[in-house]
Design a binder for this molecule. Structure first.
Ligand SMILES: C[S@@+](CC[C@H](N)C(=O)[O-])C[C@H]1O[C@@H](n2cnc3c(N)ncnc32)[C@H](O)[C@@H]1O
Length: 283
């Protein structure tokens, strides 16, 4: 049993109910050690409804599907940054890019998915890597059928992908040549991704454990620092669906502390640190 002192009336009973809702709605696995975090993230929701007791908030959540969704979103962790785990972008540039360019020039579709995209730093890092350092190096993107999909369960971060507007400190990790080419400064502390890259990206709200509407197979899927929040059966289920969604030879990038654990791993070949390629073809 965790230490509940200082958690107001968020006791073990309320915590267990919150954890059960998170498990059911998003497959997010909350352990009691997260009680302080849950308390601080949900306090705002309580205040918004003029409530002071978690028991009363949970009574509301039981009846109100909209508030249940808001609770799930409030308990997601959206931490991200540009060019996070930079070796993945090195692999994308060195290994995938030449093949993707060849395929696009041959009239084939190129599709990449940032699954659990948070506020878009991941998908725009992918876009900058594909575009290179100049307008000329990005020409293949305009000429080919290239689409990047960014999805997340949290609507406010999906809105941030649409806005594509980042502060000066947020854009700091972007290599200077990309910053100059692909960001437009607006005001003193606001940098907007240029239309050339934004037009490649489709951003949608999607719970990864609900049906996926996409029909085509993907050349690459980035699902990084998302599966850490799920329990093992949920991870294995998701892995199997990602493998199914990849074209033969397609690449799966996962987070630094993640690994493939389910039977679907047998269909994947390790291709570098937290990089896996689906067997059965070159892509
Ligand atoms: C820590 S962020 C990772 C962002 C980015 N992939 C990265 O590595 O920087 C995890 C994201 O996963 C999303 N997420 C958590 N559970 C999800 C689910 N069941 N379906 C879709 N997205 C989910 C969260 O909303 C959050 O934005």
């Amino acid at each position: 049993m965790g230490d509940w002192t200082g958690q107001a009336d968020l006791g073990p009973v309320q915590f267990r109910e919150i954890a059960a809702i998170m498990q059911k709605e998003a497959r997010i696995h909350l352990v009691e050690a997260k009680a302080t975090l849950v308390h601080s993230r949900l306090s705002r929701r309580l205040r918004e409804h003029g409530l002071t007791r978690f028991a009363d908030y949970l009574a509301l959540v039981r009846d109100d599907a909209k508030e249940r969704d808001a609770m799930v979103v409030a308990l997601t962790t959206n931490h991200t940054h540009f060019f996070r785990e930079n070796h993945h972008f090195g692999h994308l540039r060195e290994t995938l890019l030449p093949r993707l360019q060849a395929r696009a020039r041959a009239g084939e579709k190129v599709r990449i998915w940032s699954a659990g995209c948070s506020s878009g730093e991941e998908v725009y890092s992918i876009a900058m890597t594909l575009a290179g350092e100049s307008g000329t190096s990005a020409n293949w993107l305009k000429q080919g059928d290239v689409r990047l999909l960014a999805t997340d369960i949290a609507p406010h971060v999906v809105e941030a992908v649409h806005q594509a507007r980042y502060s000066s400190s947020t854009v700091q990790p972007i290599p200077a040549a990309y910053r100059r080419q692909w960001l437009r400064q607006e005001g003193t502390d606001s940098h907007v991704v240029t239309d050339t890259l934004r037009s490649l990206v489709t951003a949608r709200v999607l719970n990864l454990f609900e049906p996926w509407p996409m029909r085509q197979r993907y050349d690459a899927i980035f699902c990084r620092n998302v599966m850490i929040y799920f329990d093992d059966p949920a991870k294995a289920e998701l892995e199997a669906r990602f493998v199914e969604m990849l074209a033969p030879g397609g690449t799966l990038y996962i987070g630094h502390s993640e690994r493939l654990i389910g039977p679907a791993a047998a269909q994947m070949e390790p291709a570098g640190q937290t990089i896996y390629v689906k067997k059965g073809g070159a892509r």
